[in-house]
Design a binder for this molecule. Structure first.
Ligand code: ATP
Length: 233
């Protein structure tokens, strides 16, 4: 469904991704793990076209989106749920959700919002609360809910567990499973390697701009190198 083929991405003269290839098949949860500075965010942003890859191709549903404007890419069925604190703090929960439905009609906004409130009853209870005053976990739920408002075929999640308590992380990962069960393909980028690999059908390990390992989530959890470097031995 999503293919990154030998992607190179530069910031000025500095190359941050040195030929990365990743494949996400329809219906899968795929996790990409890596340490700080490995290039995880750069990879996500390259999918979204900002910055664009300097070499290689990004294909989504067979279409080459490498050099498309970000707005076109977002309209094509990919939605990104950024790390939770990037919701609009001064807007209410409902206003944030409506921003996510920007490209859709009023009817769709109503329908999609109903669905988001079913998935996250907490957001329904707090629909008039300003996002900036909500807890970290609630803001993360809102970030995912906002991305869902665009009715995506594929959801990209950037570090959904960042800064959250273990109990809340469990809830967020349960929701990600629900999304997959509803037919949304999931590409997850995480520093929390253990949870991300447990959840994943397949996973990739990114190290300083290169894919170091790729395998099923279960095999990566068992891999000695992964255990030493990412699971605390
Ligand atoms: P983290 O988990 O800390 O967010 P990451 O894996 O997401 O890290 P990136 O943010 O993609 O890593 O960074 C990869 C490399 O690219 C780093 O060396 C970083 O300093 C560099 N980099 C990222 N953004 C820019 C930018 N706008 N300009 C110049 N260099 C950048």
């Amino acid at each position: 469904m999503l293919s990154l083929e030998n992607i190179h991405t530069h910031y000025g003269k500095i190359e941050a991704l040195h030929g990365v290839s990743v494949e996400v098949n329809e219906g899968e949860i795929v996790s990409l793990i890596g340490a700080n500075g490995a290039g995880k965010t750069t990879l996500l942003m390259t999918i979204c076209g900002d910055p664009q890859a300097s070499a290689g191709r990004v294909l989504f549903q067979g279409e080459d989106i490498t050099h498309k404007p970000t707005s076109d890419i977002m309209r094509s069925g990919i939605a990104i749920a950024p790390e939770g604190r990037r919701v609009f703090p001064g807007l209410t929960v409902e206003e944030n959700l409506h921003m996510g439905g920007f490209f859709t009609s009023k009817d769709e906004i109503r329908r999609n919002q109903k669905h988001v409130f079913e998935l996250f009853p907490r957001l329904a209870e707090r629909k008039n609360q300003r996002a900036g005053t909500m807890s970290g976990g609630e803001q993360q739920m809102l970030a995912i809910g906002r991305a869902l408002m665009a009715k995506p075929r594929m959801m990209i999640l950037d570090e959904p567990s960042l800064g959250l308590a273990p109990l809340i992380i469990g809830q967020i990962f349960d929701i990600i499973r629900t999304l997959r069960d509803e037919g949304i393909t999931v590409f997850l980028v995480e520093q929390n390697a253990k949870q991300a690999l447990k959840l994943a059908d397949r996973g990739y390990v990114l190290e300083t701009g290169r894919i170091r390992l790729e395998d099923t989530g279960a095999n990566l959890l068992d891999n000695e190198e992964v255990q030493q470097a990412y699971l605390g031995g």
